[in-house]
Design a protein around this ligand. Sequence first.
Ligand SMILES: NC(=O)c1ccc[n+]([C@@H]2O[C@H](COP(=O)([O-])OP(=O)(O)OC[C@H]3O[C@@H](n4cnc5c(N)ncnc54)[C@H](OP(=O)(O)O)[C@@H]3O)[C@@H](O)[C@H]2O)c1
Length: 397
Amino acid sequence: MSAHSSDNGDKTGVAQQGAQQSERPLPGGAARKWRAGVLGATGLVGQRLVKLLAAHPWFELAEVAASERSSGKSYREAVRWHLDGPVPEGARGLIVKSLDPSLDCDFVFSALDSSVAGGAEEDFARSGYPVVSNSKNHRMDPDVPLLIPEVNAAHLDAIPTQQKNRGYDTGFIVTNPNCSTAGLVLVLKPLADAFGLEKVFAVTLQAVSGAGYPGVASMDIHANVIPFISGEEEKMESEPQKLLGKWDGARFLDAGLGLSAHCNRVPVLEGHLECISVSLKKIACLKEVREALRHFEVDAELASLPSAIRNPVVVLDGEDRPQPRRDVQAGNGMAAVVGRVRECPLLDIKLTLLSHNLVRGAAGAALLNAELLAARGFLHRRVQAEDEKQLREPVTR
Ligand SMILES: NC(=O)c1ccc[n+]([C@@H]2O[C@H](COP(=O)([O-])OP(=O)(O)OC[C@H]3O[C@@H](n4cnc5c(N)ncnc54)[C@H](OP(=O)(O)O)[C@@H]3O)[C@@H](O)[C@H]2O)c1
């Protein structure tokens, strides 16, 4: 496949990957799509989820929920739509619900503001719903998987322990990382596998959409850079340890990396750029590093997921790439785009990476997590026994 050596990430075959989404059959001979709810459906991440679900081969949007400001209105009335194209037909007329855990759906995505996400996600999990969360609240909990399928799919083995610890029945919580951590760890994973990692030093240039809507005031960010994003450096320094670490059957063991991050907000709409320096355990030349990144390929299980791309790291050769405006859509927004791989006088190598904060760093990441949960049999239908009988009819593919 062509996940390399292009000066234009959005014109590579990678940008087209995932285009066959609608052709992916339902996993495990399932008879019909899973019905998804989106908590926080009116926010920036929620809107992305609503749009991605409108064309999804395995999931359909059944419920939307948000704050008291929105509940009771139709989705079309409640949402301030930020995406190109109209609000999807299937979502327009849905009535926005409150966060009461009685939605008519099989599982929920959470794109809630962190001020309410923690308790609401627990309420839904306790009421039997699998919760696929974007929010920070439960990411570092000792029994909650913090998941990037290409990096640590084995962490899903923690779900039964979580259910036992918390007295959940069919419900549980799975989270995806912070938006700047997502791209970083996707790039670190093939380097960790090939050479081992000792230290990582990262400086980010993060898009304004990472702050939600309305986010940073235009008077503050226009023609400016803000060298502070509350809590972001702490997340970038802790989440990779869990993601690159192991689940040992009882607890998550940290990767034991040396990590330092500086986070900056820049006047870019979408796409977080990161300049990183890395020291490796094993000596490697630049060619070997580039090859390890280019050849990072997902296994057959992941390749069968509708939102997955076969080579999630794209390496560009142009000396002035990646750039947010030109490269952020690579792999339908699911790729981490790398350029400027070179020697570092302080550590071993340095490079620049870019990832789409709202897709790979949020909605697309959650969708991929839900797809892996479906493929592994973690999603169950919350339907009446009579409906269940009808669903056992032979499956047509
Ligand atoms: N933006 C990113 O790049 C990004 C990346 C990764 C993770 N995240 C995380 O994802 C979550 C959503 O982010 P976002 O950027 O989409 O934020 P956002 O645009 O501010 O949206 C927040 C959502 O939460 C809802 N909400 C707020 N207060 C509520 C309350 N008291 N009760 C019920 N619902 C409430 C809002 O509903 P109303 O419209 O009704 O107020 C809205 O749907 C956050 O936890 C964020 O940290 C964001």
